[in-house]
Design a protein. Structure first.
Length: 388
């Protein structure tokens, strides 16, 4: 009997350039794609002061671009950072936005590109497909191999003391992405581990998502996980390993394309409160919750886990349950080998906060609805306890 393919829409950025050292030739690349010349670079203070922008700025200036830098982006950026960036870009008359940095910088760049020309208030943009009209040109250059934000159509902002909200829309896909593995060489092992595990989470959850999973996202998830699983420890052990760094960056990018079209679920829903209350990096929060959620979802996702086991470990037994369990064990061992913290207690999350975290996770209905197994508040609390 033929299994017909259900209709689906797959979207991704307009173009991607993969080039080691490509940041030093960014000016020529952008000049050949865009007429705009007043560029706003969105980044963070650490990268700016460390000189990570120098090669790109020199290349852009040589190509005739007028540069404005906004470097006030912080992790889990609040609305105030976004609005300040928009004000800076409007004041300089910028007509092209370049996000250069981690997921936070690229997330801010997406919405800035919209708000530079939009009259919509930010409050009207939260949700799915609420953006009206277009945006200025948008370019993304990641400096970590993790979030995949350069190829996704979502921005997450901190909207209160510990709450987050998302803006999702086709306008947030970039026109052009540059993947320059050389920009990730200086990433410390702990951040390499956390961002790499974050990317593997994206690949796994896209492969098991209840809604919008499709043959293209599946193919991207499998290849992403293969690249990431085979290279994350190498990149942690030797940060100058070019082959490992490039494989990680491409793997994270493929995983980003996968989950942009087959959305994330319970791991992220449980990770967001950890970031909101305790300001843990998003990749680390995902890493801490992955093991418990993998085991929780095994009742519904065993067949998919077994297929992923073949990708990272090679074919073995025909026993689906055995291969599924082996995959979960493989991921647990891999995360341990990267040196990333493994328990909530290891990152100073107090045990008495777990009920609060479980209640807050229930607000992530958009994400929880994608999980292959229903997550109740009691189940969420048990998952936090298992991670503790």
């Amino acid at each position: 009997m033929t299994d017909f393919i259900q209709p689906f829409l797959f979207q991704t950025p307009g173009a991607m350039q993969v080039e080691w050292g490509g940041a030093s030739r960014l000016g020529g690349l952008l000049a050949s794609h865009f007429e705009a010349r007043d560029i706003l670079i969105v980044t963070d203070e650490f990268l700016h002061e460390a000189g990570m922008l120098d090669a790109a700025k020199a290349s852009l200036t040589a190509a005739g671009f007028r540069i404005t830098v906004f470097d006030d982006v912080v992790a889990d950026p609040p609305e105030a950072v976004l609005l300040s960036c928009v004000e800076t870009g409007r004041g300089a008359g910028c007509d092209i936005v370049l996000g250069l940095g981690d997921g936070s910088s690229m997330d801010i760049a997406k919405l800035v590109a919209v708000l530079l020309t939009s009259e919509q208030p930010l409050s009207e943009l939260y949700g799915i497909d609420k953006i009206k009209g277009g945006r200025v040109a948008l370019v993304q250059v990641p400096t970590t191999a993790g979030t995949g934000s350069e190829v996704t159509n979502i921005t997450i902002l901190t909207t209160g003391a510990s709450t987050k909200m998302g803006v999702v829309g086709r306008q947030l896909y970039a026109d052009l992405v540059l993947l320059d593995g050389a920009l990730t060489v200086g990433l410390p092992p702990i951040h390499t581990a956390a961002t790499g595990i974050d990317a593997m989470v994206h690949a796994i959850v896209a492969y098991t998502s209840r809604h919008k999973k499709n043959p293209i996202s599946d193919a991207l998830s499998r290849e992403a996980l293969r690249l990431l699983a085979h290279n994350v420890v190498l990149a942690c052990e030797d940060g100058t390993d070019r082959a490992a760094r490039e494989a990680m960056l491409i793997g994270a990018n493929l995983a980003g394309q996968a989950f942009a079209n087959s959305p994330v679920a319970a791991v992220h829903a449980l990770a967001y409160p950890l970031g909101g209350h305790f300001h843990l990096p998003h990749g680390l929060s995902n890493a801490l919750m992955l093991g418990p959620v993998l085991r929780f979802n095994m009742t519904a996702a065993a067949a998919q886990y077994a297929e992923l086991a073949d990708v990272v470990m090679g074919p073995s037994t025909d026993d689906t349950q055995a291969r599924s369990a082996a995959f979960v064990d493989f991921m647990q061992d891999l995360m341990t080998r990267t040196g990333a913290p493994r328990r909530l207690r290891d990152v100073d999350v107090p045990e008495d906060s777990l009920p609060l975290l479980a209640r807050d996770a229930m607000a992530q209905t958009r994400l929880l609805g994608n999980n292959p197994v229903e997550v109740t508040e009691d189940a969420a609390l048990q998952l936090y306890r298992e991670a503790y």
